[in-house]
Design a protein around this ligand. Sequence first.
Ligand code: ZN
Length: 103
Amino acid sequence: MANLECPNCHQQTIPLWRKMFLGPAASVKCTNCGSRISVPYSAMLAVAPFAIAIAAAQVVGSIAIAGTVLVIGALVMCWIHYQFVPLIVKERGEAKERGEVKA
Ligand SMILES: [Zn+2]
């Protein structure tokens, strides 16, 4: 699986799966520059389709349709998170200042 680019040192060090589980309160450490990488609070908006799907699943009569609605909501949430949520530098790594970055 392809890695995503670190917004600090621009090396592809952030695993894609790691971003999918990243919230504004969590962070992942870049293996190259040591910076802590996170997502902005606007990333919470990506949850909206799934929240709507949960609400919609309550009102449909059939379990099969409710399940389908939830799966679609979850997929849309993941797609928005992957496509539109940027990675941001939460805390710059010290390696950059010490000139130890192998860029
Ligand atoms: Zn980095």
